[in-house]
Design a binder for this molecule. Sequence first.
Ligand SMILES: Cc1ncc(COP(=O)(O)O)c(C=O)c1O
Length: 279
Amino acid sequence: METYGARCIPSPSPETAAGRAILAQRPDHPGSLGIAISEAVEVAAMREDTKYALGSVLNHVLLHQTIVGLEAMQQLEMAGDDPDVIVGCTGGGSNFAGIAFPFLGEKLRGGRDIELIAVEPSACPTLTKGLFAYDYGDTAKLTPLVKMYTLGSNFVPPGFHAGGLRYHGMAPQISHLTKLGYIKPTSYNQLDCFAAGIQFAKAEGIIPAPEANHAVKAAIVEAEKCRESGEAKTILFNLCGHGNFDMQAYTDYLAGKLKDLTYAEDEVAMALSGLPSIG
Ligand SMILES: Cc1ncc(COP(=O)(O)O)c(C=O)c1O
């Protein structure tokens, strides 16, 4: 970013009221997507020349990303195949929705049955352990309320390497579809995900982003299930990013320095107790 003229500062930063308030409570705060959103919204609100465009979570972002699934449909048509299982990792939900929604649309219009698997980190288990409730999309409570699965907007996920999955909430459309049973959520620890990413890199020559490793892990698990049952299934997953910017994460993993991190259940309980009350 600095190559292109940006000034980069880590969040929480001393440059916003939201960042200063958080740093005053905890100077070594590891940050989170919820805090970064608060800081970005604050900067955009204070400046005439700045607008804020959210990169995930909101439904219009999910629909924008459906180009991924629409392209996958055309590619599968060229390959003469159809998916039985679709897998994606979920931080705010955009890459998963992007690949899954066009196929789900076909299914809902009477098409083939497809299993949709949303994969999240065990250390930030929004869909698998969160509440379906109205909550804020950011930590400083600047955004509108959203009905979603949430761990509470004050929850700070531990500092694992898939930073893009360290978000307390989930897109409302994904939350709703999960509640209705159309999406099956699951979670994995970071060490299992890195092992899967390295297995994938050896086979395909592409190093996946730590976020994408969650989808790789779940796709491998589905393939192994098929191997055991003798069933033939087509498994489609979204390789949502490469890991070329994440060499430190792989270096730490290969040096045995990474640990599986667990979230503190009492912190989630405390964050959920602070959910806004809706009349
Ligand atoms: C490579 C990658 N994948 C996935 C995500 C998670 O976001 P989403 O759930 O919106 O796809 C991020 C977020 O930063 C990311 O960088």
